[in-house]
Design a protein around this ligand. Sequence first.
Ligand SMILES: Nc1[nH]c(=O)nc2c1ncn2[C@H]1C[C@H](O)[C@@H](COP(=O)(O)OP(=O)(O)OP(=O)(O)O)O1
Length: 178
Amino acid sequence: MDSRSVAHHIEDSDHQAMAHRLYTLVFPLDSDNNRVLLGLKKRGFGCNKFNGFGGKVEATETIAEGAVRELVEESGLVATSMQNCGLLLFYFENDPVAMEVHVYLAHTYEGTVIESDEMRPQWFDIHDMPFSQMWADDSRWWPFVLRGEKFVGQFWLKADQATITREHLYAVESLGFV
Ligand SMILES: Nc1[nH]c(=O)nc2c1ncn2[C@H]1C[C@H](O)[C@@H](COP(=O)(O)OP(=O)(O)OP(=O)(O)O)O1
């Protein structure tokens, strides 16, 4: 078990017994203009979907460090303040490894937005998200972001990566789990 995982604080024993792979997902916000930066994924997992910026957390870094690293690699932006706003757990049919995704909002950042090999960045109105081109769960939990609520979501997905068969989504006071 990865000692950085926090999933055991919310999972039942069956799900705790699964291996968990840690990921980050960062959404840079432009609050003055009610915009969020998304990227169109150009390759690999989630190809052709818009999403925030993120990826696997490496063994040598903290989750927050991984979030900053993936953001700069994929968008060119260096986050100068980030807030952990959500925890997402994905259980795919026929996959013994759970995805544990730590979601962050980047309120301030430096640098210039650039297209990377992996992502084509584009700004969107926070109230007009391209949900039809995003992961199916995003439209469920994005309203928590708009309300300024921290959230925990567990989603069970079919192998088609599109069909949600079960979900458990709720607001939490803190993601500290101490
Ligand atoms: N159902 C889902 N809803 C969502 O909003 N984001 C999801 C999601 N499932 C996965 N993600 C995010 C988490 C993470 O930011 C990204 C997947 O990470 P990647 O596979 O791109 O990782 P890496 O960039 O480390 O991969 P490689 O560069 O191929 O090693 O997709």
